[in-house]
Design a protein around this ligand. Structure first.
Ligand SMILES: Nc1ncnc2c1ncn2[C@@H]1O[C@H](COP(=O)(O)OP(=O)(O)OP(=O)(O)O)[C@@H](O)[C@H]1O
Ligand SMILES: N[C@@H](CCO)C(=O)O
Length: 291
């Protein structure tokens, strides 16, 4: 069997809704794949009791079908589902990379992105690539219909995951269908600043680019305590804070020596709201790795 470790990812990063994404150094899914006459899936790990093993309802089955390569698939979840950390994308990415290797299909990492996005289409209704692109290619990615632009980066991040469940499908329903030109101009400026920050590996520029006045306010309404936790993270030294993916995870950019202080402050603030949470002191990291 082929073994693949595929990372959690944080999509949108504020100003890049459905376009930007970053691979995280932790947590991750570990997936084993081997060719078979028909696709079977065995789940274990974080939240696996809520994930169907039916290939018609699991992103792994959708990816195997898209690649026309049935396989025996074992998924050990390290990324909790409905977290805003690309749980579905981690599995989809791992299966795409694993099947590509097991069947020796010869696809490049970028060529695997649309196949993995078929998994996202199954669970969220749209084949958005902003989680699967960084999960497969690593680093920071800009996913557009023309393809994916990728750059390695090591921006330190803190991800705080409250015990709240928000499905991507539900979170996409609250996204505004239009926005004033002034908001769009503001968003373009923030997005350009974030991209410059990623290419320069500059946490201050990245943080400045994480603001978004169009999508984030609607998503923040779904996360109890978001505004207070965001303010607390900024006071503890974060350079920028926003909703990770569709939430409820909250992601903060910072200088590396601030992670522990920011993580502790965010957890304490959620605790004041009576909400249990966990925090990952992480950074922008590598994509799927074959073992
Ligand atoms: N292999 C899988 N791993 C995780 N979730 C899966 C998988 N297959 C199907 N699902 C379903 O996908 C949903 C989780 O995906 P969802 O997009 O809602 O959360 P997420 O991927 O953690 O968040 P986000 O996409 O915002 O980062 C759950 O309903 C889960 O049952
Ligand atoms: N761009 C997607 C990412 C989901 O992780 C959304 O926000 O719905």
């Amino acid at each position: 069997m082929v073994t693949v470790r595929a990372p959690a990812t944080s999509a949108n990063l504020g100003s890049g809704f459905d376009v930007f994404g970053a691979a995280l150094s932790q947590p991750a899914d570990v997936v084993r794949v081997e060719p078979a006459a028909e696709t079977t899936i065995e789940m274990s790990g974080a939240g696996s009791e809520f994930i169907p093993e039916n290939p018609e309802k699991n992103v792994a089955g959708a990816v195997a079908k898209a690649l026309d390569s049935p396989a025996r698939i074992e998924i050990d979840k390290g990324v909790r589902p409905s977290s805003g950390l690309g749980s579905s994308a981690a599995s989809a990415a791992a299966v795409a990379v694993g099947i590509n290797a097991a069947y020796d299909l010869g696809h490049s990492r970028e060529e695997l992105v649309p196949y993995a996005a078929e998994g996202e289409a199954l669970v969220s209704g749209e084949a958005h690539s902003d989680n699967v692109a960084p999960a497969i290619m690593g680093g920071f990615t800009i996913a557009t219909p023309e393809g994916v632009t990728q750059v390695d980066a090591s921006i330190p991040l803190v991800v705080c995951l409250p015990e709240i469940v928000i499905s991507t499908r539900d979170a996409r329903r609250v996204v505004p269908r239009s926005a004033p030109v002034s908001e769009v101009v503001e968003c373009v400026g923030r997005a350009a600043t974030l991209v410059a920050g990623m290419f320069r590996d500059d946490p201050t520029l990245v943080g400045r680019g994480m603001e978004n006045g169009i999508v984030t306010p609607a998503r923040a309404e779904l996360i109890d305590g978001y505004a207070d936790v965001r303010e607390t993270a900024l006071e503890a030294g974060a350079t920028g804070v926003t909703v990770s993916g569709a939430g409820p995870a909250i992601v903060a950019a910072c200088d590396g020596n601030r992670r522990k202080r920011i993580a502790s402050a965010m957890l304490d603030r959620f605790a004041e709201e009576g909400i249990e949470a966990r925090a990952y002191q992480t950074q922008v990291g590598h994509g799927a790795e074959l073992f």
